[in-house]
Design a protein around this ligand. Structure first.
Ligand SMILES: CC(C)NC(=O)[C@H](Cc1c[nH]c2ccccc12)NC(=O)[C@H](CCCC/N=C(/NCCC(=O)O)S[C@H]1O[C@H](COP(=O)(O)OP(=O)(O)OC[C@H]2O[C@@H](n3cnc4c(N)ncnc43)[C@H](O)[C@@H]2O)[C@@H](O)[C@H]1O)NC(=O)OCc1ccccc1
Ligand SMILES: [Zn+2]
Length: 290
C-alpha cells in the first residue's frame, strides 16, 4: 500500500477544495492497473517493435499491415479491460451530480488525457454520463476507437471486434507474424457518389490517434484550459512526450500549483511538484479524494 505523508495529503485536499480551475493530466500509468501496458518498460514493446516507432505516419505508409495489427492488438486489449478506481475517481470529479462535493470552489474539472484507450470515457459511461461530449475529457492524442479514412477523411467511432476480418486472430502475439493483405485491412464504409451511383468509399482507414510528428488538433483549446489553471494533477505520466510534457511547467509559470501522482518521480516532477505522491495512482487518488 502506497505510504504518503498525512500532512501532504491534508494540504492537497484543502488546495483541491479551494481550486478555481483544476485540471488533471493523465498518462499510461492511469490505466496500468486495468492491464493496459505502459510505453516505458516491458509494456513498451509489441512483438519486437518499440511501440513508439510504430506510432508514426511513416511506419503506416511503409507497412500498414504491421501498424494495423499493432493497433488491433491494443483495441482488443482495451475492449477486454475495465476502468480502475483511478478512472472512477476522476469520473466523480467530472460528474455534474457529484463533483461539487470534491470541488466546491470551481464546480468543474478538465481531464486532459494522453491515453487513447477510452477507459476514462468508459468510467463516465458507467455512471450514465458522457464526459467526452460534455468537454470534461479531452483525448489530446485521439482514440483507438475512432477511425479516419485516408481517402475521404471521414471520421467515425468504431468499436467493432475485430475491426476487419483480415485482422481476426492476429492479436495473439504468440502467433507467427503473418502480413494482412491490404484489402483485409479496415476499409471505409462512408457512402460516396460515384458518377450516378452511391457506393461505399472503401478507402484505407487509419486509427484516429495522433502520431509522432503530427500536430495536436485540440492544442488551442488545451492552452485555453491551462490559462488560469491554479491546480494541475499530473497522473501516471513520464512527462517525456511533448507538448503534454510541458503543461505542468506552464501552469507553474502562471502561478498555479502542481500535484504529481506516480510510481516513480522523474526530474521534471521534482522541479515542478508542490505535492509529490509516490505510489500507485489507483490507490493514491481514492485516498486523496476520500
Ligand atoms: C519522444 C518525444 C521526445 N517526442 C515528442 O515529444 C514529439 C516531438 C516533439 C515535439 N516537441 C518536442 C520538444 C522536444 C522534444 C521533442 C519534441 N512530439 C510529437 O511528435 C507530437 C505528438 C505527440 C503524440 C504522439 N502520440 C502518442 N500517442 C498516440 C498514439 C499511440 O498511442 O499509439 S504519445 C504516447 O506516448 C506517451 C507515453 O507517455 P506516458 O503516457 O507518460 O507513458 P510512459 O509509459 O512513458 O510512462 C508511464 C508513467 O506512468 C508511471 N506509472 C506506471 N504505473 C503506474 C501506476 N499504477 N500508478 C502511477 N504511475 C504509474 C510510470 O512510472 C511512468 O512514469 C503518451 O503521450 C502516449 O499518448 N507532435 C508534435 O509535436 O507535432 C509537432 C507539429 C507541430 C505542428 C505541425 C506538425 C507537427
Ligand atoms: Zn472514405
Amino acid at each position: 500500500m502506497a505510504s504518503i505523508s498525512q500532512s501532504q495529503l491534508r494540504s492537497f485536499k484543502a488546495a483541491l477544495k479551494e481550486a478555481k480551475k483544476p485540471v488533471a493530466l493523465a498518462g499510461a500509468g492511469l490505466s496500468a492497473a486495468s492491464g493496459i501496458p505502459t510505453f516505458r518498460g516491458a509494456g513498451g514493446l509489441w512483438r519486437e517493435h518499440d511501440a513508439l516507432s510504430l506510432a508514426t505516419p511513416e511506419a503506416f505508409s511503409m507497412d500498414p499491415s504491421k501498424v494495423w495489427q499493432f493497433y488491433h492488438y491494443r483495441r482488443e486489449t482495451c475492449l477486454r479491460a475495465s476502468p480502475n478506481s483511478a478512472h472512477r475517481c476522476l469520473a466523480k470529479l467530472l460528474s455534474p451530480s457529484q463533483r461539487s462535493k470534491y470541488l466546491p470552489s470551481s464546480g468543474s474539472l478538465h481531464l486532459i488525457t494522453q491515453n487513447v484507450d477510452g477507459l476514462s470515457a468508459r468510467a463516465g459511461t458507467e455512471i450514465g454520463e458522457d464526459h467526452v461530449t460534455s468537454g470534461g475529457i479531452l483525448e489530446m492524442h485521439g482514440s483507438l476507437f475512432r477511425t479516419v479514412c485516408t481517402s475521404c477523411n471521414d471520421v467515425r467511432p468504431n468499436f467493432e471486434s475485430p475491426i476487419s476480418e483480415g485482422l481476426r486472430g492476429t492479436e495473439d502475439p504468440s502467433l507467427e507474424y503473418r502480413e494482412t493483405p491490404l484489402e483485409g485491412l479496415p476499409r471505409c464504409e462512408n457512402l460516396t457518389r460515384w458518377s450516378r451511383s452511391i457506393q461505399p468509399c472503401r478507402g484505407l482507414l487509419r486509427p484516429g490517434v495522433v502520431w509522432f510528428g503530427e500536430s495536436i488538433p485540440a492544442l488551442d483549446e488545451i492552452y485555453e484550459i491551462l490559462e488560469g489553471c491554479d491546480l494541475i494533477m499530473v497522473l501516471g505520466t513520464s512527462s517525456t512526450v511533448y507538448p503534454a510534457a510541458g503543461f505542468a511547467g506552464q501552469v507553474k509559470m502562471n502561478g498555479g500549483r502542481v500535484a504529481v501522482f506516480n510510481l516513480e518521480c522523474g526530474p521534471q516532477d521534482r522541479i515542478h511538484a508542490d505535492w509529490l505522491f509516490q505510489g500507485a495512482v489507483e490507490e493514491l487518488l481514492p485516498l486523496a479524494l476520500g
